[in-house]
Design a protein. Sequence first.
Length: 715
Amino acid sequence: MKDDKYMEIDFKDNTPKFQISRREFFKIAGGGIFILFTLKDMSVFAQQRPQQSLPTDFNAFLKIGEDGRVTCFTGKIEMGQGVITSLAQMLADELDISVDNVDMVMGDTDLCPWDMGTFGSMSTRFFGPPLRKAGAEGRMVLLQLASEELKVPVKNLVTGNGIVSDKNNKNKKVTYAQLAKGKRITKKLTETATIKKPSEFKIMGKPYLRKDGVEKVTGKAKYSADIQLPGMLYAKILRPPAHGAKMTSVDLSEVKKIKDVQVVKEGDLIAVLHKYPDVAEAALSKIKAKFDIPKTNLNDKNIFDHLLKAASNGKVTKSEGDLKSGKEQSVNIFDETYFDGYKAHSPIEPHAALANIEGKKVTIWASTQTPFRAKEAVAEALSISEKNVRVIPQFLGGGFGGKSTNLQIIEAARLAKITGKPVQVAWTRKEEFFFDSFRPAAVVKIKSGVNKEGKITFWDYNVYFAGERGAVEFYNIPNTKTTAYGSGFGGETNVHPFATGPWRAPGNNTNTFARESQIDIMAAKAGIDPLDFRLKNLSDAKMRVVLKTAADKFGWKSAKSPSGRGYGIACATDAGTYVAAMAEVEVNKSSGDVKVKRVLCVQDMGLAINPEGAKIQMEGSITMGLGYTLKEDIHFKDGEIFDLNFDSYDIPRFSWLPKIETIIMDKKDDDPQGGGEPAIVIMGAVVANAIYDAVGARVMQLPMNPERVKEAMKI
């Protein structure tokens, strides 16, 4: 590819499209030493669409600047998961510099290479390895330059703290800044550079405080709604009262009388704009609109019957042995159904975006997990070339998969084009709940059996609309079949009454709740301790170690359930990580309230780049998991959402929190795996099993609120 040519690969085919040329990038980035490297793990897309070719040119940048500072340009974004720190650690260790000397430029579509988006606990796993290789390549380039500068063979040179020196004469040295100054060196990554061995790590595997920590605790960090431009207008948009509602009439006469308020009506977009948001909000209330709300006859009570009826042909994801033979070998057969309602992402920061148009250039500051997808969507909405759109993500106050659809970005861009002024669209909490793409409601039906020795003989698993993630079991079962109906990513627009999409570890929360509950049900019937039952039916070495470690640290004593202790156990795999948890709960038999007193969680996540960051992610997952486990549920009827704020949608509070203990297995020789989601997937199951152990009540639907717990205790 020549310097002045673009790489054009259609994003719609799940492959990259670069809209910034090398020449343009270097002009913006200034002088220094540049390392270009290709993300071979983009093959995740090739696996989905094998007919598509992968990019052969660079799709990531590393710059060693004239001042000696190192900049990593990545399409990933920071939304609280901590990759702003862990990626910097990986790069710093390979380059032999301080973490404080690394600047992360994240998600800027004019400066950073194309990226599919930040989700799936993939940043460290997929972007990290090539980033390390690029760092090693950069260090090798610096050694070569230093050899020329110092007239010393490369083999006699060593690097440390941003300096190259002669190992035989420490006074003979040159800094990275001196080597980069006045240079314009472009180096494409090859396979010749050798990354460090774990024994050579100085930074990776060590706990570091977050690079963005001071900014965030002092309030200096900028989020999308914090960005202001001269002449900016705040937009408030007319919303329907229910999903699927059609506007039949609108009267704008009163709002048009308000001084300095600009009214926009273009197709389905009706908005009022003013330089003060409260004035715009008050003006919006003057619009008189009528809507026709269709009757879907769907609500949060009958949705599960609807899903089962709407399911089309399923996809068999695993099939081994013969189910009929397995049934014949069983002394006990279990036929259970598990339910999980819709969940909102409810991030602390609602969606926001600021759009500004200058000439042909559209610039968007936005809270988004998918800046390049947003770039494409804006170009399509405004009928302009993608090269004229720049998306600059700010810090995100939580995303969890919900900041991927970019509706607020399109609204801001359209209004900026219509008004000719910078426009900010910042959703209210009510809008956030209404337009959120909810985690899909789902049903799991399991038939299974055990023989007289307590071995699982067959497993027939059917999941409806949660998706495949976490659906395939990992136990030793000779006769097994797993079938998935629908996905957990919002593809079934004709099935759900509103938009659905990924929600932190999509599908695995539901699937682990069902699988691990079923395992406990079988263990109880067989009269075997839940831990012993799992180990009896498990040969996976990693999972056995994780389970035994959890039992040892928790102080688990073998007992048949229900024992009255209120102890629960669950295990799972997610994003390449093995996770197990044990919990202690207390159930109020009069009210049905569940108090989770203690949770211990163990993860085998390979090399933990930043153990402190991984620990925080585990604690956050456990905390957030208590929400979908005990209280979070979306109530609706005919497309109308009844939970529009935290007065009725009950997320975890400090008063809920148990004693949380986290253990990360020391696996420095293994590749790093995902750490942002695994601990959340086990929370529903571990608490459900603890409730059963406490009071002998099996709750089959999430969340396990007091009403459902009381109902289960009556059976």
